[in-house]
Write a new protein. Structure first.
Lengths: 110, 112
């Protein structure tokens, strides 16, 4: 079993749609969680951290369920510019390495 | 803040040649990571350093790969000899404790 698993997609949605990505992680000792975004042929960039109480940043909402070892990202009112690959990331301890999922590809169409 | 700087951006080399990739982390970041990304395997952690000391090199695929961090502002990843299956994008990233990574722009390596 992979340490971090995501549905690879692709998710093809029309502009304005709401889309949700899910991610599961295997290590219950994981302590911090992030969503990264990667555009084609570019480096991954931090989209948002994920907090236990859930958090929102504009059109983006992240949720964490520690009991189920599950993380989600919700994008509302999707834009063409949201087309990218979204990477779920977990960290087992505060200092060390981050473990990346394979990524979920999103394509937003006009 | 100049970000994480990697060089070269692109490298094309012949099988059997030595390849050296370079990385300058963000000043003040005490962790440095080397990742490799391919379509098939996604992002794989190769090795990471804390305060210039290698902490975990379990992801280094073979003895042909080696990494050094002689000081806080510079790291290298060397492949000798290179093989076509080493073709990938190699990312360097740095971070401070409790923060996410900042990635460099990557080096796109092609071994022919």
């Amino acid at each position: 079993r992979k340490e971090v698993e995501q549905d690879p997609g692709p998710f093809n949605v029309p502009e304005g749609a709401t889309v949700a990505f899910n991610c599961t992680y295997s290590n219950s000792a994981s302590q911090s969680f992030f969503w990264y975004r990667q555009d084609c042929r570019k480096e991954p960039k931090l989209l948002m951290s994920v907090y236990s109480s859930g958090n929102e940043d504009g059109r983006f909402t992240a949720q964490l369920n520690r009991a189920s070892q599950y993380i989600s990202l919700l994008i509302r009112d999707s834009k063409l510019s949201d087309s990218a690959t979204y990477l779920c990331v977990v960290n087992y301890n505060q200092g060390g390495k981050l473990i990346f999922g394979q990524g979920t590809e999103l394509s937003v169409k006009p | 803040d100049a970000g994480v700087i990697q060089s070269p951006r692109h490298e094309v080399t012949e099988m059997g040649q030595e390849v050296t990739l370079r990385c300058k982390p963000i000043s003040g970041h005490d962790y440095l990571f080397w990742y490799r990304q391919t379509m098939m395997r996604g992002l794989e952690l190769l090795i990471y350093f804390n305060n210039n000391v290698p902490i975990d090199d379990s992801g280094m695929p073979e003895d042909r790969f080696s990494a050094k961090m002689p000081n806080a502002s510079f790291s290298t990843l060397k492949i000798q000899p290179s093989e076509p299956r080493d073709s990938a994008v190699y990312f360097c990233a740095s971070r401070r404790v409790n923060y996410g990574y900042t990635f460099g722009s990557g080096t796109r390596l092609t071994v022919v």
